[in-house]
Design a protein. Structure first.
Length: 457
């Protein structure tokens, strides 16, 4: 097989357009649509809100950021800005009732605004995250000391839990543990100290009770938002991992490995294997740039991937410029030879001048064989679902000893196809490692027009 490497690795192709894109909060303003006579964005927000969200999402954004990084930056900015009016209202209420702790809320506001301004200039997300976490962890908890403790302050220190939760969403579990320890220390320290000393002021009981309810409800809503975002991020990450895994292994095999690590080795009494190789690809590749080589093969094999999916086959791997696909594994099917015959004919049609990838100027040499095979997963890293057995080796020989522009098949495959397909006898040919073998050329389906069949002969 031309351009074959010593060990083939299954091509991992992540479907374009299906990967996780920017979260709804991270993109530019969507188009405007009419709804019930009022102009609203596609997301359902009024145009002004949509423009505001888009503008906030651009704060600290870097053109080199990927979608996930842009989403994380935008979400942190949104949460910080969301808490700004809450801190101003809380500070005003506390100061109005003579509680100096209201100044702490205004201090929180100043630090938060300054950190966003700094982020807009430096684009340093880690610095912004540390400042925001420190600000939201300490400001509410420490303000319980001058207001005579936990209950008397309306449990305003509960807002501090946003610090460790924010670390969990934006950083790591290990980091969130450290922030949680800081929150507990500040919450208990300031709360107990306020209870013991009586604080610097005493708030009316009705106000403390009301603020307790508001802090639980509004603070709980923000906490719920953070947890919902965390759950969404986890689900998206799991979906991306699942997509990558299914590009490496068949779904049934992947499910077995996820259920319990085990050795995967299955024997199939009847399956078919196809090898498709690009004729004279090596000298062609020497005349073009490496980028062009990869682009041409990507276009060709991408089309083959679509054919494999259409016929519900199992792509095994690409080896240099050779494409290997099988039918009847990992799930047995009675029409395995027929399915590969159809995909092989479609491959030949695709590289014709008027075909889907005819502009590449490729010519194929294809071989098919049927028989018993062994399939399994090999390796610990970059593992591969592969096939072994004489039937696999013979299929490879059918390709390598075949004729450009034709599909060569063995007697085993011919016997399975003869009733439905036109097969042209080639006679006996010498096959390395097998001696003389009787082979046929697969020409087309019997119901195809005579001109189509003739074109392949």
């Amino acid at each position: 097989m031309e351009g074959a490497s010593a060990a083939g690795a299954r091509e991992i192709r992540v479907a374009r357009g299906r990967g996780a894109g920017p979260a709804p909060w991270a993109g530019a303003a969507p188009g405007i649509t009419a709804r019930r006579g009022q102009a609203r964005s596609a997301s359902g927000y009024p145009p002004r809100v949509t423009r505001l969200l888009a503008w906030l999402a651009e704060i600290g954004a870097d053109p080199n950021d990927d979608a996930e990084t842009r989403s994380r930056k935008a979400l942190l900015v949104y949460l910080a800005v969301l808490i700004w009016p809450i801190s101003l209202v809380w500070g005003t209420l506390y100061l109005t009732l003579g509680a100096p702790a209201g100044a702490v809320a205004f201090g929180y506001f100043v630090v938060s605004v300054a950190s966003i301004g700094l982020f807009a200039r430096t684009r340093n997300f880690e610095l912004l995250l540390r400042i925001q976490l420190l600000d939201i962890t300490l400001a509410p908890t420490l303000s319980m000391f001058p207001t005579a403790g936990i209950l008397a302050s309306g449990a305003v220190g509960l807002w501090g839990i946003l610090g460790p939760l924010g670390a969990l969403v934006f950083s790591s579990v290990r980091s969130s543990i450290r922030w949680f320890i800081l929150f507990v220390a500040a919450f208990l320290g300031a709360g107990i100290a306020g209870e013991v000393t009586g604080g610097l002021s005493t708030l009316p009981r009705w106000f403390s009770t009301t603020m307790l309810a508001l802090n639980v409800v509004i603070g709980g809503a923000v906490v719920f938002t953070l947890l919902a975002v965390f759950a969404q991020q986890r689900a998206e990450a799991q979906e991306r991992a699942e997509t990558l895994l299914l590009n490496i292994l068949p779904r049934s095999i992947a499910d077995k490995l996820k259920a319990a690590p085990q050795t995967i080795a299955d024997s199939f009494t009847s399956a078919s294997v196809l090898f498709a190789d690009v004729v004279d690809f090596t000298p062609m590749a020497e005349r073009v740039s490496p980028a062009q080589v990869v682009s041409m093969l990507d276009q060709l094999f991408g089309h083959f991937d679509a054919l494999v999916e259409r016929y519900d086959l199992e792509k095994i791997k690409t080896i240099g410029d050779c494409y290997m696909v099988a039918a009847g594994i990992p799930l047995p099917r009675a029409d395995h030879a027929r399915a590969l015959a159809l995909v092989g004919l479609d491959m030949l049609d695709a590289v014709q001048e008027a075909g889907a990838v005819g502009s590449l100027g490729f010519e194929l040499r294809i071989g098919i064989n049927s028989g018993p095979v062994v399939a399994g997963v090999i390796g610990r890293k970059r593992f591969l679902y592969d096939l072994w057995g004489d039937a696999v080796n013979t299929a490879g020989r059918m390709q390598s000893e075949g004729t450009p522009g034709r599909i060569q098949i063995t007697r085993a495959t011919y016997e399975l196809l003869r009733d439905e397909f036109v097969c042209e006898p080639r006679g006996t040919v010498p096959v390395k490692g097998k001696g003389q073998m009787e082979t046929w050329f697969l020409v087309g389906r019997r119901e195809e027009g005579a001109s189509q069949v003739a074109d392949r002969m």
